[in-house]
Design a protein around this ligand. Sequence first.
Ligand SMILES: [Zn+2]
Length: 92
Amino acid sequence: MRRMSATEAPSPRCHHCGAHVQPTIHTRDGYRVGFYELYTGAVEEVTHSDELDGPITFQRLVRPEYLVTCADCYRRPEVREEREKLFYTERS
Ligand SMILES: [Zn+2]
């Protein structure tokens, strides 16, 4: 998931290299992405019984993790791998 940052907020740091990241810059011809945000974490499966619809199973976020990756680090394969692992913690 990606969301816009407020411009007044202090610039966050990259989780991987520690650099302050810049917001995405929009130009007349396009845009340049400054950083990527990942909001994820460990989940647990919860089953809720509903008399009308029957049991519903869903995944509840139990340990949220917030990860900032600068555009440079995002190009590194090992960083991509780390982000992928975080995104699929429920499968590990
Ligand atoms: Zn970085």
